[in-house]
Design a protein around this ligand. Structure first.
Ligand code: ADP
Length: 227
């Protein structure tokens, strides 16, 4: 499902490679945690998957799509296969919970009837039923992140990329967010999570890939993390 073959990314000739001949295989429905210190190359890896960045060399295939053959016009289709959430939520501040999620469907031309059918189901999954009319400012950080997750999965992507989704949250809210990611994974979505939170890594007991200085230095199943 996700295949990287000797992928290198160099941003400029003066700096070293942000990613250096990375090879990686992620099966459909896997839950993968990526760890590594700041500057290790985690975000670069995620940006290559979402096609925000192109590799300098190497092959990337996601869901049968060979990125070297991808045209600009195919990128919206690719983005539908990959949902993303970030540390800073990126919600639309002037829209309520329902509207934030519905907006992701409006922009792809879904009818109001279908939207009204789909959004409540997703809000239920992320545990925000009853909070449809709240504005982002009226929510806790954990709730905001769950709105962002609802928005990211409402079009049923095959892959959900969560880049430090708990970075701004206290431990209780962080764990609520992680539980939602686990639920979404159980429903069949591949989840790729980056985190600095050792406790989350140890509790999750999932595959952990460690990146340091642009290289994969370990890749372990059911791993615990000792810094
Ligand atoms: P991480 O997400 O693990 O903190 P990054 O992927 O952001 O690591 O960064 C990896 C390396 O690439 C770092 O040395 C960083 O300075 C460099 N880098 C990241 N983005 C850019 C960019 N847009 N232009 C130049 N260098 C970059």
């Amino acid at each position: 499902m996700i295949l990287l073959d000797r992928v290198t990314k160099t941003y400029s000739r003066d700096t070293g490679a942000a990613l250096d001949r990375i090879s990686l295989h992620v099966e459909p429905k896997e839950f993968v945690i990526i760890i590594g210190s700041s500057g290790a190359g985690k975000s670069t890896l995620l940006k290559l998957l979402t096609r925000e960045e192109k590799p300098t060399s190497g092959k990337i295939i996601v869901g049968g799509i060979d990125y070297s053959k991808l045209k600009d016009k195919d990128i919206p289709l690719l983005r539908r296969k990959i949902g993303t959430v970030f540390q800073d939520f990126k919600l639309l501040p002037g829209k309520n919970v329902y509207e934030n999620v519905a907006f992701a469907l409006e922009i792809v031309g879904m009818s109001n009837k279908e939207i009204d059918h789909t959004v409540p189901r997703v809000l239920e999954i992320v545990g925000l039923k009853g909070k449809e009319k709240r504005m982002p400012m009226e929510l806790s950080g954990g709730e905001r992140q769950r709105v962002a997750i609802a928005r990211a999965v409402v079009r049923q992507p095959k892959i959900l990329i969560a880049d430090e989704p708990t970075g701004n949250l206290d431990p209780k809210h962080a764990w609520d967010v992680i539980k939602v990611l686990e639920k979404i994974n159980r429903f069949g979505t591949t989840v790729i999570l980056t985190t600095h939170n050792q406790e989350i890594v140890n509790k999750l007991k999932r595959r952990v890939i460690t990146i340091e200085a642009g290289k994969i230095v370990s890749d372990r199943a059911n791993a615990e993390y000792h810094s």
